[in-house]
Design a protein around this ligand. Structure first.
Ligand code: AMP
Ligand code: MG
Length: 357
């Protein structure tokens, strides 16, 4: 595209009105789905709820439509997108399943789809290079969300849908959060309420191995290592391990608030600087944990009051981060969360949010 043309496009897209359509009542649901499908068929982008976070969707097989996702998110083109399928049986329309792992892929798909498990597989030629950042593999899943499912099945083709936020910033778990991120740059958001899980899908790759296939978790998420271990030997990509495969898009700084964020391993490590305002992202909000009483916090968000349950904390996580980011403090202090189950994924996001850009 010519430079001037591109500038004009950006100018035009920036001044778009962003509509939010409700989906609660049957008639609302139908007209919202129809409006989304019309835009997708015209090669436009639409923000849709999924069970993980809100996604910014476009026709996955139309490179020009996919380019609009990158443009709206200001996402670098080296960061590949996840492709969503209308039905789990559509897997072979976009991916080639190697015979060596076909049995385990079949079992995983049967067990977890539709749901928050993304599988990286060799891509078919119909998937544009822009979607996969030029790699020979494509990341695929099928969403369980009611609104998303109706839209993609009516549209009838795969959708590329990364999280509906500006690149590197906090993932949106509500329609309003999408609006805060992309107001004026996308035409439509379907409001499906708060996301069920609140964290992005688990991404895995599978390699044949004896006696069990090797399942590598490229991004931890709602499907936990325990959920996967019945299907193979599970390993988590560890950035620090020298043998760790390169994971595209798994950037060190991501999911980041504008306000600096620090994970405080021990409450006693906190030494406030005079004149600075601090917010606390608390796990359970229990005095006994030692954080709440440590300081006169300007703002506090408790992720899972009482016993502390990781799935509940996950649902609130990005919402709380967004609220604290807007609370006008100088720094957000975060309590660590036990790294079990979905707690592994929360800590992964928290660590990336804490990296100084
Ligand atoms: P999201 O922004 O939530 O849609 O997630 C997209 C992420 O999926 C990227 O940032 C990558 O980490 C991962 N991903 C997508 N495609 C691939 C692929 N072909 N191989 C490995 N990881 C991928
Ligand atoms: Mg994202």
């Amino acid at each position: 595209m010519q430079n001037d043309e591109w500038r004009m496009r950006v100018y035009l897209t920036r001044f778009m009105t962003t509509e939010i359509l409700p989906t609660d009542l049957p008639q609302e649901f139908k007209s919202a789905v129809d409006a989304a499908v019309r835009l997708l068929a015209a090669g436009e982008v639409v923000a849709l709820p999924t069970e993980t976070v809100y996604g910014l969707a476009a026709d996955a097989l139309n490179a020009e439509a996919v380019a609009k996702i990158f443009e709206a998110k200001e996402r670098p083109t080296f960061d590949p997108l996840i492709v969503h399928l209308p039905h789990k049986k559509d897997l072979d329309t976009v991916a080639e399943v190697p015979e060596t792992i076909a049995p385990v892929v079949k079992k995983l798909v049967e067990r977890f789809w539709p749901g928050p498990l993304t599988i990286v597989l060799p891509k078919k030629a119909c998937v544009p290079d822009l979607v996969t950042a030029g790699q020979p593999t494509v990341a695929v899943r099928a969403s369980k969300d009611l609104v998303f499912t109706r839209v993609i099945r009516t549209f009838g083709k795969p959708l590329a849908a990364p999280s509906a936020n500006r690149f590197g910033s906090i993932s949106p778990t509500s329609a309003n959060a999408v609006k805060a991120e992309l107001d004026g740059v996308i035409p439509l958001i379907l409001d499906g309420g708060a996301c069920h899980f609140g964290l992005e899908s688990t991404i895995i790759k599978i390699e044949p191995a004896a006696p069990k296939p090797l399942i590598t978790i490229l991004r931890p998420g709602p499907i936990t290592p325990d959920d996967l271990k019945v299907f193979g030997r599970v390993q988590l990509v560890n950035k620090k391990s020298r043998n760790a495969p390169e994971v595209p898009g798994q950037l060190e700084s991501h999911y980041a608030p504008r306000t600096p964020l620090r994970i405080l391993d021990r409450p006693s490590d906190f030494i406030p600087e005079a004149g600075k305002k601090y917010a606390l992202l608390s796990y359970r909000g229990e005095i006994a944990d030692g954080y709440l009483d440590r300081h006169e916090w300007s703002a506090v968000h408790v992720l899972s009051p009482g016993k502390g349950k990781a799935p509940e904390a996950a649902v609130r996580f990005f919402f709380a981060l967004r609220q604290l980011d807007n609370s006008g403090v100088d720094e957000i202090i975060a309590e660590p969360i036990p790294e079990r189950g979905i707690g592994i994924a929360i800590m992964d996001r928290l660590r990336r949010a804490a990296v100084v850009k």
